[in-house]
Ligand binder design. Structure first.
Ligand code: NAP
Length: 248
């Protein structure tokens, strides 16, 4: 069953990793996909082709989600190209890990700008379109690190905890207009990025997870399908953990 047939979706940071997985799974569910990347033009154009081959409309946009003006321009362009925007997935994110003792001001600011300010930029930009439509679903990518905290990730944990507070507030502000906003908190998701890690370390992490494996981008994407689709039409302001029971 195609749960997102004909819905227009915008996903930030879909050139690789979880965002790419979301774009692929959404397209298989019939969604038209507008997606962004920061610098990976080649992989983004490849993905655009792959999505179109699945029979949906798809377009890649180079846009820095941390930039307020670029986010407004992006939404203007997507609204023009796709007519409406039913779903926004704020997925773009970065890490710049270090113990607080060694963390520079720049590393703190950059992570907050890309991970948290981007959610403000994109939600503010899409708000008018969704208000006019009187419907919409916004899904923000947090992390279990934002719920629990993590040594060496003060900047990242603060940005991801901020996303949860932001999502709940939007749920309260826009609920009466039938605009829903939820967060997803993934645990350890295996992407190209984690392929570079030491196998022994990764196996240790897998063993500590109740379901005994790392998550896949598809695991996160399936949770996004649920929150983006009408199956979750009475769910807003929630944080869904996709972590194999890691935080239980
Ligand atoms: P990833 O593989 O590093 O991919 C990040 C994506 O974000 C890329 O498409 C990148 O584009 C894009 N991006 C980075 N900065 C951007 C900016 N300023 N503007 C627009 N796009 C930007 O990351 P991932 O592992 O898939 O993670 C995706 C999201 O899930 C992040 O928010 C992350 O914090 C969250 N998360 C991940 C895990 C995990 O275990 N992997 C766990 C919990 C939460 P380019 O390719 O052009 O650089």
């Amino acid at each position: 069953m195609k749960l997102l047939q004909g819905k227009n979706v915008i996903i930030t940071g879909a050139s690789r990793g979880i965002g790419k997985g979301i774009a692929e799974v959404f397209a298989k569910h019939g969604a038209n996909i507008a997606f962004t990347y920061a610098s990976s033009e080649g992989p983004a154009l490849e993905l655009e082709k792959e999505l179109i081959a699945l029979g949906v409309k798809a377009k890649a946009y180079k846009s820095n989600a941390a930039d307020f003006k670029q986010s407004q321009e992006l939404i203007d362009a997507v609204t023009k190209d796709f007519d409406s925007i039913d779903v926004l997935i704020n997925n773009a994110g970065i890490t710049k890990d270090n113990l607080l003792m060694r963390m520079s001001e720049d590393d703190f600011d950059q992570v907050i700008q890309v991970n948290l300010k981007s959610v403000f930029n994109m939600t503010k930009a899409v708000q008018r379109t969704m208000l006019k439509q009187r419907c919409g679903s916004i899904v923000n990518m947090s992390s279990i690190v934002g719920v629990k905290g993590n040594a060496g990730q003060t900047n990242y944990a603060a940005s991801k905890a901020g996303i949860i507070g932001f999502s709940k507030s939007i749920a309260l502000e826009l609920g009466s207009r039938n605009i829903r906003c939820n967060a997803i908190a993934p645990g350890f998701i295996e992407t190209e990025m984690t392929d570079a890690l030491n196998e022994e370390t990764v196996q240790g992490w897998r063993n500590a997870i109740p379901l005994k494996r790392g998550g896949t981008p598809e695991d996160v994407a399936n949770a996004c399908v649920f929150l983006a689709s009408d199956l979750s039409s009475y769910i807003t302001g929630q944080t869904l953990h996709v972590d194999g029971g890691m935080l239980t």
